[in-house]
Design a protein around this ligand. Sequence first.
Ligand SMILES: O=P(O)(O)OC[C@H]1O[C@H](OP(=O)(O)OP(=O)(O)O)[C@H](O)[C@@H]1O
Ligand SMILES: NC(=O)CC[C@H](N)C(=O)O
Ligand code: SF4
Ligand SMILES: [Mg+2]
Length: 553
Amino acid sequence: MAATAAKAANNLFLESPPLQKPYPLLKTPSQLPSSLFFKTLPKPLSSPTHKTLITASSKNPVSHLFSSRKANPDAKYTSNFNDEDKPHEECGVVGIYGDPEASRLCYLALHALQHRGQEGAGIVSVHNNVLQTVTGVGLVSEVFNQSKLDKLRGELAIGHVRYSTEGSSMLKNVQPFVAGYRFGSVGVAHNGNLVNYQTLRAMLEDNGSIFNTTSDTEVVLHLIAISKARPFVMRIVEACEQLKGAYSMVFLTEDKLVAVRDPSGFRPLVMGRRSNGAVVFASETCALDLIEATYEREVYPGEVLVVDKDGVSSQCLMPNPKFKASCVFEPIYFSNPTSLVFGRSVYKSRYAFGEILATVAPVECDMVISVPDSGNIAAYGYAAKAGVPYHQGLTRRSGSGRTFIEPSQKIRDFGVKLKHAAARDLLKDQRVVVVDDSIVRGTTALKIVRLIKEAGAKEVHMRIASPPIIASCYYGVDTPNREELISNRMNDEELREFIGCDSLAFLPLESLMKYFGSDSPNYCYACFSGNYPVDPSGELGDFSDDGLNGSVE
Ligand SMILES: O=P(O)(O)OC[C@H]1O[C@H](OP(=O)(O)OP(=O)(O)O)[C@H](O)[C@@H]1O
Ligand SMILES: NC(=O)CC[C@H](N)C(=O)O
Ligand code: SF4
Ligand SMILES: [Mg+2]
């Protein structure tokens, strides 16, 4: 379908001609939100120049294997809590068009998105039609310095912070990736995970492609390179039509910034604008806030937004889904509490989850405390609803990262020990409710209960502001295998005993769904239900990440 439309769109490609406005719609209007029809948005005030095309090469490491427990191939997307499976962490992306400080703004925005991935970071900018790349393993502050940012000139840039889902944490897999194709260069930054990556890669390798990385994201560049569609944006469309799974992506070329969100809308992606007219895309609104860009709207599921010298244009390129599947773990854990995600305040959602817990799982107690940081807001909600004081019974040592997203369990155990300290005088002889956002492997809960008991608490009641995680995620959260998901191995009572608390309660899935009201069917709950909105089965090949080749810094 895209190929046909692409042909119809003619050879508009040479020397970056102005694209048709409005772009041809590739899907029928009934499949689109009305706001997408023939929409050309205001033009950025400044735009990068364009001329010749120069290629920069990418570098980055690969992924990890899918859950050893087979996904249920018969699973249908339903709202019922049943079955088992489980999820994990993700990445952050940013794109800026039309600001002379594009790479520095990207750098700041990546700081704001650092909670989404800590394994690597990178920025690609365009200057004099050359794509320049800086990527590195580690935190944003470790990867970039003044001299590196000085090299990233231009008014157009994209950036990425990585938490790997496919491919190890090596430099070769750190995004953005940049590749040359017949008519120029293209860079990409991706949040999500492609469930048909193995199939696509096998097909591409059979046809002669050679891969630089072990990341799922690289297949997109190969698909763009082999596409014959015109103009360039149609190559992106054609490539994306072959992808299955989760992708919120930003692309850049010598003269364009393109944002794409998969038809299910698994991962967030928003658009904003700075007062100078520069257009900004980012995973979360907290990145817009930091660089003083005003939030305009989400990139809609299945939408492609193109920004170039003619302004911003919207198209719907991919088959519209029967349902949306926004990741419910975004409001529960991943996203920054100051962000609006999927159009809702993360803070308000977490607060409400705490209030619901206090209603469905009340217990006599003297105080409510939280597992900092991501349990804090639900704990405020619980305390307020229960009419019990909230105290900061646990503090988090500064500099400790998110242990949930550390790839190895050995490191996680160590990290958790380093991470928290208990206020002994406060907790002594008290009946304490401790609230956390989730239990994945159980490492944190086990250690936290022990810590509170050692501090002299009389009773410890654990309240979790999400349902039990029983299934792996295939859509951009690097969840452990099912076997590692503790709620997949133990029922609530066994888990309570294992953790050593006096009572344990999770937010019921039904309550979570009820909270979202009429929006509820638009969310993915697969890690709590095992019912996958996009079937990941039948796509698993036997590629493995060699983990050997590639620079580590
Ligand atoms: O059961 P586990 O395997 O221990 O994982 C669950 C914990 O991981 C996350 O916290 P994390 O320490 O990653 O980050 P945070 O400090 O942002 O909450 C989450 O908030 C839980 O506390
Ligand atoms: N967490 C993510 O969104 C990861 C993006 C991509 N799949 C990678 O592994 O690099
Ligand atoms: S399975 Fe669905 S809800 Fe769970 S983390 Fe993955 S995308 Fe989010
Ligand atoms: Mg935590």
